[in-house]
Design a protein around this ligand. Structure first.
Ligand SMILES: [Zn+2]
Length: 176
């Protein structure tokens, strides 16, 4: 059962984030399970979009293409699972990036919006969305490039020393 505290964390993370409007919009849609994934878009009868996962359709090894739901797209998809595994391996041993399905979709509600985990999770989600749009299988290099681009901007608005230090550590990790 999701508690009031859990939702308060989700609201806070979405409300507090200072990022570009596109990313903010997508983050809010993910939080509401309304992001325009194929599962949602295909319900509109006025288009020919099929509900199958973009990544699974690309590699064509599945007899039946799994449906692109939020859970599949952000966690269960084999390509996405490999992506999360490569994130964990890349972060190790500096940081333990071991994330549950809920973390992958919503971020960590009890942590600061700009904690190392929430920054990795948010940028990882944005990278997945971008890969979906460009029809490419997600990989760790995309995430590292994105972190290197995003973190300097995030640092401009940070006042808490532990958050600043965390983000600086993360950018060093992204450069390795
Ligand atoms: Zn898939």
């Amino acid at each position: 059962m999701q508690s009031t505290r859990f939702f308060n964390g989700i609201y806070k993370n979405n409300a507090k984030i200072k990022c570009n409007p596109r990313q903010k919009f997508q983050e809010q849609m993910i939080g509401m399970h309304r992001q325009a994934l194929n599962y949602i878009v295909s319900k509109d009868r006025n288009n020919a979009v099929r509900p199958g996962c973009t990544f699974c359709t690309l590699d064509q090894t599945h007899p039946i293409t799994p449906v692109e739901t939020h859970r599949h797209f952000y966690s269960d998809c084999i390509h996405v699972e490999r992506y999360w595994t490569s994130i964990r391996n890349w972060a190790h041993p500096q940081h333990i990036a071991d994330y549950t399905v809920r973390d992958r979709i919503f971020g960590k509600p009890y942590e600061n919006t700009y904690s190392i985990d929430n920054t990795i999770l948010r940028e990882a989600r944005s990278t997945l969305w971008k890969c979906r749009l460009t029809k490419t299988i997600p990989n760790i290099a995309d995430l590292k490039n994105r972190l290197k681009r995003q973190i300097p901007t995030l640092l401009l608005t940070q006042k808490k020393i532990e958050i600043t230090l965390g983000l600086k550590r993360l950018i060093v990790m992204a450069e390795s």
